[in-house]
Ligand binder design. Structure first.
Ligand code: AMP
Ligand code: MG
Length: 277
């Protein structure tokens, strides 16, 4: 059974049809066991990706405030080697970024071959916060869905494997998490009145997210709706989706590495016999 709901463009979704506290009948204990196994598999897949260096992996994380983007990143990056998996965060554009098209800063941040990169927020903000707050005229943001689809298709053609996750929490869970931050001194740095202000726009964000998932999903650049009220379930749902997406490449990668190893071994032997005295 799928833990996260994968959207490949063949259906129209409404967020209200998805339960944010779903755990698909998995208990926390089972989930934590699976998290360990998935972690090991992801490490192996990432090493193969890095060694074969013929593809790159782009993981887009989107979600409302407190939905767990930072926690997901901590979970995913801690077992994965620093050389092969990193993070790019996107805040409101500033300076030179504002003098270019919205994808200019993004393109430079895409992963190169062999790399896996997590986008903490992304170019999707340009049709989310920008749409909700009319930061640019409607006729400008409306065209961006198609620009995004073309951009992602180009990345796919260049060998990028794209996975996009919407961390789905409900309004009650968000309120609880925001209030909890006020109780913990170590979380004070996260406090922001902006989070409470954004909450007032809950329904507009819902519409904006639905538009994103309905307009910008395809088999090669799917969105996943991740039930994210339960942090442990959110983590395994995402890890499982990534493992499922990368697993089909494993045999190819092993073959590439085997051929490369055999060629190198041949050269070493030739070198040795040429240098024999
Ligand atoms: P945080 O993730 O809490 O550090 O906040 C980052 C902020 O940057 C959020 O309020 C986003 O909505 C905002 N942001 C990110 N990308 C854009 C963008 N393209 N345009 C406007 N605001 C953005
Ligand atoms: Mg924030």
């Amino acid at each position: 059974m799928k833990y996260a709901h994968r959207i490949d463009g063949s259906e129209k979704i409404r967020l209200k049809d998805f339960k944010a506290d779903d755990t698909r009948g998995v208990t926390r204990e089972e989930g934590e066991r699976e998290a360990l196994a998935l972690g090991e598999e992801l490490v192996e897949l990432q090493e193969l990706l890095y060694a074969a260096s013929d593809r790159s992996v782009l993981i887009v994380l989107q979600g409302r405030d407190t939905s767990g983007k930072d926690g997901t990143i901590r979970y995913l990056t801690s077992p994965l080697s620093a050389s092969g998996c990193d993070v790019a965060s996107f805040k409101a554009p500033v300076g030179e970024e504002l003098t270019h098209d919205f994808l200019w800063r993004v393109h430079k941040a895409t992963p190169g071959r062999g790399e896996m990169r997590i986008f903490n927020r992304s170019y999707y903000e340009d049709v989310l916060v920008v749409r909700v707050h009319n930061l640019v005229p409607e006729n400008v943001w409306k065209k961006r869905y198609e620009h995004i689809n073309n951009f992602e298709n180009m990345l796919v053609d260049a060998g990028t494997i794209i996975l996009k996750f919407y961390l789905h929490i409900d309004a009650e869970e968000q309120e609880e998490r925001l209030l909890k931050r006020e109780q913990e001194a170590t979380k004070f740095w996260k406090l922001s009145v902006g989070d409470w202000e954004e909450r007032e726009y809950w329904d507009s964000y819902t519409e904006a997210y639905e538009a994103v998932m309905n307009k910008c999903s395809s088999p090669q650049a799917a969105w996943y709706i991740v039930p994210a009220n339960k942090k442990w379930f959110r983590n395994i749902a995402i890890a499982r989706a990534i493992a499922e997406q990368l697993r089909p490449f494993k045999d190819d990668w092993l073959r590439v590495l085997e051929t490369r190893g055999a060629n190198e071994l041949k050269r070493i032997k030739e070198f040795r016999s040429a240098h024999k005295t």
